[in-house]
Design a binder for this molecule. Structure first.
Ligand SMILES: CC(=O)N[C@@H](CC(=O)O)C(=O)NC[C@H](CC1(C(=O)N[C@@H](Cc2ccc(O)cc2)C(=O)O)CCCC1)C(=O)O
Ligand SMILES: [Zn+2]
Length: 568
């Protein structure tokens, strides 16, 4: 009896009840979840095809490798590189190669550290050739089956099924409205970073009034820009919060990073990681076998077994990620006594926010100094701006990407985007929303969204956009509970048992109540909606600074300066 038969039997039983008329809200809520069967509603052969496609796409992504960059790449008469030479691995041009470089940690580090636009452009393109392009057809079939499953569950398409996790009508419009309020701040950051990249690479590489070429932002998808801090930091030479060197000099191991993160949680009176966590987690990339290195946190649903799988490197970015993953485990632990069906985040964005909320405190110069990772910290204006700028390269830069990933997928699921404009629509959004452009022309032979983990892995993404907004609402309320006074961006809730108690009260609810009620608990009834005020308050001083620095710059971008999108 395979799993879906068991599910189907239970589903039939559950749907037989006139549960909508039940008077007990909690029982009605349980049945509303139990009666959504998901993909198991498909006929057996289609379910098999769907899970097979998913596994094939995930495998393609996780084993994809590219060749080392070869500066001998032939140049075309135009002076451009003959990239096709790289992909004709025949021996007479000696450029052919054996693909040996995987995404983690090799390409991630090369995209972060290389300052050679030609090498970056090669890495950017080669990764999409190896990871995205090969799954284009599979993804289209996967979408068809996903929509069929969604319709069997009473939804119009898979996008509506995904959005139902947020339990409010008009969630799509709510997200759009939040982005409209945040976009001006993003455009200020975009204009400043672009000007700095023009200084570094020149106007023939970076158009002064156009979109930023996506390969120059220190990240394979240009989703966070922390790796270009060295070229863009407002006050060089003043305190910088990138403590990667200190971590290494002090001999931090991945385990020590995990212990440091755990200690922040327990300082708030929250749960320590269970014994099995330390015995069974994989916190370093193994040397003896291939693993999926994309970090993840696992709840084995028995109240005892919780694990993180992460290929931890000793860097500041990974210290933040460690807090992020441990935030998932903390949430899993806090709702472990809920009925099984309620052991989930109040909404997926809440689950993504927990670890990041603590990292907002743990990343402050004051906190880093208190744990010995930062030397003398002055309270100068310049240090404040440097800190806020570094945080903005992570949090503000990410917002348009967090927003457009599922805008694109919702449109694919609803049929607004089809195979005729699949890649083109992606670049319309990347250009229009994020102001980034492809470093080489793209066509409908390519499938660039497929080169981002969450698309082949079919993991929804708007949760991260929601998290980046709501984590500042959490931060503001916890800082209030901790008795913090002064600017929000200087708050560190470390060791505040009051803040910990408030967080525990909100997270222990799991999914037993709608997330709007959880927000009411968080804010003592002040609001039950997503609100951009806290994030705008946090970055207020930086916004003023950026607006003064950007005087004379074009804010925004002229799309005709992007590489002309080629449609085959
Ligand atoms: C069994 C299971 O799947 N469990 C879930 C958790 C759960 O549902 O309980 C899980 O482990 N998901 C993995 C995923 C990993 C990461 C990720 O994918 N991040 C996004 C977006 C982002 C970017 C910047 C940032 O600061 C925070 C997030 C990206 O990298 O694009 C990679 C490192 C960070 C988080 C995660 O932890 O969310
Ligand atoms: Zn997460």
């Amino acid at each position: 009896m395979i799993w879906s038969d068991f599910h189907r039997t239970k589903w039939n039983e559950a749907t037989n009840f006139a549960w909508k008329n039940f008077t007990t809200p909690t029982v009605r809520r349980m049945f509303s979840f139990l009666t959504v069967l998901g993909k198991a509603a498909l006929p057996r052969d289609k379910l098999k095809e769907l899970t097979g496609l998913l596994q094939e796409m995930k495998t393609t992504y996780s084993v994809a490798k590219i060749c080392r960059y070869d500066a001998r790449l032939r140049r075309l008469p135009s002076g451009d590189y003959d990239y096709d030479a790289e992909f004709e691995a025949d021996d007479d041009n000696q450029i052919g190669c054996i693909p040996t470089l995987p995404l983690e940690p090799h390409l991630t580090q090369m995209m972060a550290n290389s300052r050679d636009p030609d090498e970056l452009r090669y890495l950017w393109r080669a990764w999409r050739e190896a990871a995205g392009k090969p799954i284009r057809q599979k993804y289209l079939r996967f979408v068809e089956l996903s929509n069929e499953a969604a319709r069997l569950n009473g939804f119009s398409d898979a996008g509506e099924y995904w959005r139902s996790d947020y339990e409010i009508d008009g969630f799509r419009e709510e997200v759009e409205e939040l982005w409209q309020k945040l976009s001006p701040l993003y455009q200020q950051l975009h204009a400043y970073v672009r000007a700095k990249l023009v200084e570094k690479y020149g106007e023939e590489v970076v158009p002064r009034r156009g979109p930023i070429p996506a390969h120059l932002l220190g990240n394979m998808w240009a989703q966070t820009w922390t790796n270009v801090l060295d070229m863009t930091i407002p006050y060089p030479g003043r305190t910088s919060v990138d403590v990667t060197n200190a971590l290494r000099i002090q001999g931090y191991s991945p385990l020590a990073m995990f212990r440091l993160a755990e200690e922040f949680f327990t300082s708030l009176g929250l749960e320590p990681m269970p014994q099995t966590f330390w015995q069974r987690s994989m916190i370093q990339k193994p040397t003896d076998r291939e693993v999926v290195c994309h970090a993840s946190a696992w709840d084995f649903c028995n109240g005892r077994d919780y694990r993180i799988k992460q290929c931890t490197e000793v860097t500041m970015e990974h210290l933040v990620t460690t807090h992020h993953e441990m935030g998932h485990i903390q949430y899993d632990l806090l709702y472990r006594n809920q009925p099984f069906i309620f052991r989930d985040g109040a909404n997926p964005g809440f689950h993504e926010a927990v670890g990041d909320v603590l990292a907002l405190s743990a990343s402050t110069p004051r906190h880093l100094q208190s744990v010995g990772l930062l030397g003398n910290v002055d309270d100068s204006y310049e240090t404040d701006i440097n800190f806020l700028f570094a945080m903005a390269l992570d949090k503000i830069a990410f917002l348009p990407f967090g927003y457009l990933m599922d805008q694109w997928r919702w449109e694919v699921f609803s049929g607004d985007t089809t195979s005729s404009n699949l890649n083109n629509r992606w670049w319309e959004l990347r250009l229009g929303v994020q102001g980034v452009s492809p470093p080489v022309p793209r066509t409908e032979e390519d499938f660039d969204p497929g080169a981002k983990f969450h698309v082949p892995a079919n993991v929804p993404y708007v949760r991260y956009f929601v998290s980046f907004v709501v984590q500042f609402q959490f931060h503001a309320e916890l800082c209030k509970a901790a008795g913090h006074e002064g600017p929000l961006h200087r708050c560190d809730i470390y060791r505040s048992v009051k803040a910990g108690r408030l967080l525990r009260n909100v997270l222990s609810l799991g999914k037993s109540r709608p997330w709007t009620e959880a927000l009411s608990v968080l804010t003592s009834g002040r609001t039950n909606k997503l609100d951009v005020e806290p994030i705008l308050e946090y970055f207020g001083p930086l916004r003023t600074w950026l607006e003064s620095q950007n005087r004379g710059e074009l804010i925004g971008w002229r799309e005709n300066e992007a590489i002309v999108l080629q449609v085959t």
